[in-house]
Ligand binder design. Structure first.
Ligand SMILES: Cc1ncc(COP(=O)(O)O)c(C=O)c1O
Length: 289
């Protein structure tokens, strides 16, 4: 049985070395710990192969660029590190976390240009992110926190600091017996959940928010491609709060979430309908193909 995440058997790749899991530590005066100077990726391996691995590695480098964190590795080097970790883990289905951060160095103020950038890769077993919501439909709270404007924060990066409001939103949701929270953006448009993108169905067409203030997920893009290949119209647009009432089906997409049906958002209810189930099944087949 796996214990706390810092107390497990295995190896973690850190700056080119395979380090014993429990010794993969950083100093307390690590810049990232104080100022959020960290970017990361969440990936899933199925049957020993990471789905869209290179896309994730490229997004990590892009996140580093957005955040002024120059990552000293190429896509190929990141791929090799992930491969090494996955093999060492002995897992064929695994969640893979790659993280890059500003470490300890000569800067301990807000600036961090003198501090080295590190990278680590870990892999572990991680089942369904929302538990039995995959069959029943997840219940979502509506968060009081709004996805910030692109002028406020580099919202297209997968950066640690952006998850502050997600963690608070999720705590609040769980306290109300919900699996997650849906967030509006700074303009009041429907944005996403705390770690997943959102889709709605109405009259045989699909509607999903325009990713202009949040992460355009790799799973989101995959699912849009799957829907379009089936000839289903996907409307990528701004979605108003008032529209929630009229949608028939809803699902979330994300590497961790995969395709998870949603049964309720606040007071609004949705059926776990045929299209939702079909897309969830097709996605499951695709990642294992
Ligand atoms: C805030 C947020 N939005 C969306 C996603 C979905 O992105 P992806 O499908 O690339 O995993 C994630 C997960 O990475 C996320 O954390």
């Amino acid at each position: 049985m796996a214990g706390a995440y810092d107390d497990r058997d295995g190896f973690i790749w850190m700056d080119g070395e395979m380090v014993d899991w429990r010794s993969a530590n950083v100093h307390i005066l690590t810049h990232a710990l104080h100022y959020g100077s960290s970017v990361f990726e969440g990936e899933r391996a199925y049957n020993g192969k990471i789905f869209k691995s290179r896309e994730h590695s490229q997004r990590l480098l892009d996140s580093g660029d957005y955040m002024d964190i120059p990552i000293p590795y190429t896509v190929d080097e990141i791929e090799a590190a992930k491969d090494q970790v996955l093999k060492a883990s002995g897992l064929s289905d695994a969640y893979v976390r790659v993280v890059c951060w500003r470490g300890s160095g000569n800067d301990m103020g807000v600036a961090s240009a003198q501090n080295p950038v590190h990278m680590a890769v870990a892999a572990w077993e991680w089942g369904a992110y929302y538990g039995d919501a995959k069959t029943k439909g997840a219940k979502l709270d509506i968060s009081k926190w709004k996805r910030p404007s692109p002028e406020t924060i580099p919202c297209f990066a997968k950066a640690a600091g952006l998850y502050m409001i997600c963690t608070m939103a999720k705590h609040q949701a769980e306290a109300k017996g919900c699996s997650d929270a849906m967030m509006y953006d700074h303009r009041g448009y429907v944005a996403e959940a705390t770690g997943a993108n959102i889709f709605f169905v109405k009259d045989g067409e699909v509607h999903t928010p325009k990713p202009d203030s949040f992460l355009n997920g790799i799973t989101r893009q995959t699912v849009i491609g799957m829907l379009e290949a089936k000839g289903i119209k996907v409307n990528v647009r701004h979605i108003m709060a008032e529209e929630l009432e009229g949608f028939e089906q809803c699902w979330l997409t994300g590497t961790a979430a995969e395709v998870t049906p949603v049964g309720q958002i606040g007071e609004h209810t949705f059926e776990v309908g045929a299209l939702t189930r079909e897309i969830a099944e097709d996605y499951e087949k695709l990642v294992r193909a």
